[in-house]
Design a protein around this ligand. Structure first.
Ligand code: C5P
Length: 412
């Protein structure tokens, strides 16, 4: 079910409904009265293929206020205004939408949209905290241009992002807002090593998994910085600061600058192991007498991840920092992808390693991911195939377990 509050962003609910129907979901749209002042019922009826009502007094014989909530697999409210959030927090049931939420036992996902002052107002924040304490997922709004000229937190997330968060919540992702006060640094995308002003050595990383990690960590309340190399045209991770880099050495510099006060460092970037020994200042010309383009001299890049774990071992980074690496592996005649990852886990000195089998074009640029999470505690945990957001939620849960294990070790 998609609930729609009465805000200017109500038009974005049309794209959200579309996203769900295209995904094969049967969508029931329940707007508030004021939502219909922004978008007409006919639009929602046409997009969902289902009748639209705002009141419990329509189709009373069907007991619709109970029926809609009981039948839904998820209730997604977008946009949720300050007023609607207040009514939900108070447990009101004065229209079909709020009555439905009171009945629903399925996941309820709320995507707020309002002016920054209204969002930051203690009344709204207290209402949001109340809803979260009841297990309702209240998504952090995006920072950005609001309806007027102002910018700040309060902008509705993009419909695609809301749909992905809703699917992750339905699949059991943990949205508990308990990473507040934690700083998380995530690297994402691929590095590019210049050959000359127009050519570079790059790789197929899309940045999706790193961005998904940043988004999930921000939704759990963390302060998040993403250090992004080359990434596909993806929306900026909601709630995260972004630092753009190109080469491995730039990525290293940015990671080291951010690592000092980080609680969690995740190296999801695909880093080039080598770079050209010399970068030509002007475009290399085919057939030029003084250049042989068939030979490229390379030098090894620093291993950023190994460098970070070493700095921690030397005391330059806090011992409590959790460091997570990635390993894209393919199996061969002698070893499986997992066996290769186990060797890498030991070599990198990380606390957790997310290993994927990338043989046969799996993973890179794809929407889904799967693999294993390796840790020093116990056998590798299999991560079933799911969206990169859901895989991100698994990785954050593994970090929760790692922190809990350290606390338990300390008190032993
Ligand atoms: O050794 P390999 O490239 O397979 O290791 C992958 C992990 O190491 C990833 O987390 C990647 O971000 C990181 N890495 C790095 N610096 C490099 C190469 C990889 O930090 N030069």
């Amino acid at each position: 079910m998609v609930g729609v509050g009465g805000g200017i962003a109500a038009y974005k609910a049309c794209h959200l409904v579309r996203n769900f129907t295209e995904h094969g979901d049967n969508v029931r749209v329940v707007p508030t009265e004021s939502a219909l002042r922004f978008v007409g019922a006919a639009t929602f009826e046409a997009l969902s293929g289902n009748p639209v009502s705002t009141t419990v007094f329509d189709a009373v014989d069907e007991v619709r206020h109970v029926q809609v909530g009981q039948q839904a697999d998820a209730v997604v409210i977008a946009p949720a205004t300050a007023d609607l959030i207040a009514r939900l927090a108070a447990g009101r049931a004065d229209d079909l939408l709020t009555a439905t939420v009171l009945v629903a036992t399925c996941p309820v996902i709320v995507a707020p949209a309002m002016h920054t002052e209204m969002w930051l107002n203690p009344a709204t924040q207290a209402n949001v905290a109340t809803l979260r304490s009841r297990g309702i997922v209240v998504l952090e709004p995006a920072h950005g241009r609001l309806t007027g000229k102002d910018t700040g937190p309060g902008r509705l997330l993009e419909p695609e992002q809301i749909a992905q968060f809703a699917r992750a919540a339905m699949a059991g992702a943990n949205f508990t807002h308990d990473w507040q006060g934690r700083k998380v640094v995530v690297s994402a995308g691929g590095t590019q090593e210049a050959i000359d002003p127009v050519r570079f050595i790059g790789n197929r990383s899309s940045g999706r998994q790193g961005f998904a990690l940043a988004e999930m960590a921000a939704q759990r309340g963390a302060q998040v910085t993403v250090v992004a190399g080359a990434v596909d045209a993806l929306p900026t991770p909601a709630g995260a600061q972004i630092v753009r880099v190109s080469s491995t050495r730039e990525l290293q510099e940015a990671m080291e600058a951010e690592a000092g006060d980080a609680d969690v460092i995740i190296m999801a970037a695909a880093v080039a192991d080598y770079r050209p020994a010399n970068v030509a200042q002007s475009k290399l010309k085919k057939g030029a007498a003084d250049t042989d383009l068939s030979v490229l001299h390379l030098v090894e890049n620093p291993d950023i991840l190994r460098g970070l774990t070493q700095r921690r071992a030397e005391g330059a980074l806090a011992a409590a920092t959790v460091i997570v690496g990635f390993a894209a592996e393919t199996g061969d005649e002698s070893h499986s992808a997992l066996a290769h990852a186990q060797v890498k886990f030991a070599r990198k000195g990380v606390d957790l390693l997310m290993a994927n089998d990338v043989s046969g074009g799996q993973v890179f640029g794809k929407e889904d991911n799967a693999g294993w999470i390796l840790s020093a505690h116990g056998t590798p945990q299999e991560v079933p195939s799911g969206s990169k957001l859901l895989v991100a939620a698994h990785i954050l849960s593994a970090i929760d377990r790692e922190i809990a294990q350290r606390r338990a070790d300390k008190t032993d």
